[in-house]
Design a protein around this ligand. Sequence first.
Ligand code: HEM
Ligand SMILES: *[C@@H]1O[C@H](CO)[C@@H](O)[C@H](O)[C@H]1NC(C)=O
Ligand SMILES: *[C@@H]1O[C@H](CO)[C@@H](O)[C@H](O)[C@H]1NC(C)=O
Ligand SMILES: *[C@@H]1O[C@H](CO)[C@@H](O)[C@H](O)[C@H]1NC(C)=O
Ligand SMILES: *[C@@H]1O[C@H](CO)[C@@H](O)[C@H](O)[C@H]1NC(C)=O
Length: 319
Amino acid sequence: MASSSSSFGTTLSVFLLVLVGMASAQLSSTYYNTSCPNALSTIKSAVDSAVDSESRMGASLLRLQFHDCFVNGCDASVLLDDTSTFTGEKTAAPNNGSIRGFDVIDTIKSNVESICPGVVSCADIVVVAARDSVVALGGPSWTVQLGRRDSTTASLSTANSDIPAPTLNLSGLISSFSNKGFTAKEMVALSGAHTIGQARCTNFRARIYNETNIDSTFASSLQSNCPSTGSDNNLSPLDTTSPTTFDNAYYTNLVNNKGLLHSDQQLYNGGSTDSQVSTYSTSSSTFLTDFANGMVKMGNLSPLTGTSGEIRTNCRKTN
Ligand code: HEM
Ligand SMILES: *[C@@H]1O[C@H](CO)[C@@H](O)[C@H](O)[C@H]1NC(C)=O
Ligand SMILES: *[C@@H]1O[C@H](CO)[C@@H](O)[C@H](O)[C@H]1NC(C)=O
Ligand SMILES: *[C@@H]1O[C@H](CO)[C@@H](O)[C@H](O)[C@H]1NC(C)=O
Ligand SMILES: *[C@@H]1O[C@H](CO)[C@@H](O)[C@H](O)[C@H]1NC(C)=O
């Protein structure tokens, strides 16, 4: 009995592994070639025009992929609005008052619905828009895998537990990414996303008033816009040098003790990731290649495929 149940367990495990393998194998870069040949160009046009009118939007759309994929996979769960009977992820601590770009996603969805109704998932739109945003701000391109479907659920508690907080130390950052299958090296490369975009005073106040591994001129320069109390939502750039260009300046800043978030500076604070930060600070091409590879891997986290999930008509609600 024991042996039969263990062999059943083994068979089941192999079966599940095959299923997991198939789920990602079903994604394909040519998924929409016949069903919606203009899908990618339609998404790119909308991203380019959104980033043209507000460069920060490129950062916001990039972050959407991260906050979607780290919570039950890349399934557009982050896009679902709360209703009286449904609680989504938008009020989770890492998202509340912070995550943005939903209007742009709505515009993209409406544009693709008008050319190919019911074909292109919100989950695919998020990963394509993230790639196009990075390209629009001067960063690397990569081939996006497609064919994800949209969830009918979301998880506020997983958004709270699985998206890393800026208060984490290096080992916390490493384990947060390790929980999703990433190496420490991939975590350092993906953190380079903070070469664009903005953070709120509430997320870096303790660092600019109380930390010692920070350039003192840099810390002082941030204090007028981020007083020791109040003005929680005042913004400062994550990359003080070139906040709207996707380059390797994030790492140069870290080497100079000019990381904005506590978590940023953890990557260069005398620990195991210092040498990688140094390498990226002097070799832009190494960073850009590693970042692109990390984004492809992130985009492959637990996609819904086949008959799982649905193709939402409106990215903000289930069908
Ligand atoms: C390594 C762990 C990470 C932590 C602790 C972290 C934390 C944060 C925090 C606290 C903010 C500012 C939010 C606010 O104040 O409103 C932020 C912004 C941002 N994050 Fe991260 N993040 C991490 C990794 C990533 C990754 C992997 C990506 C994408 C690949 C990413 C992309 C962004 C972008 C682009 C912004 C700026 C968004 C905007 O301006 O709208 N972050 N992050
Ligand atoms: C799919 O479409 C893209 C973009 O139009 C094109 O570059 C690619 O060659 C096509 N691939 C196939 C297999 O049809
Ligand atoms: C989200 O932010 C709003 C506005 O700042 C605040 O009123 C609300 O209490 C926050 N919700 C949660 C769950 O933190
Ligand atoms: C990192 O943070 C965790 C959790 O707060 C703590 O247990 C650990 O001791 C810290 N590690 C270091 C090296 O400071
Ligand atoms: C700085 O640290 C002190 C002592 O722990 C604390 O009382 C104060 O609130 C901290 N200030 C900020 C802005 O975090």
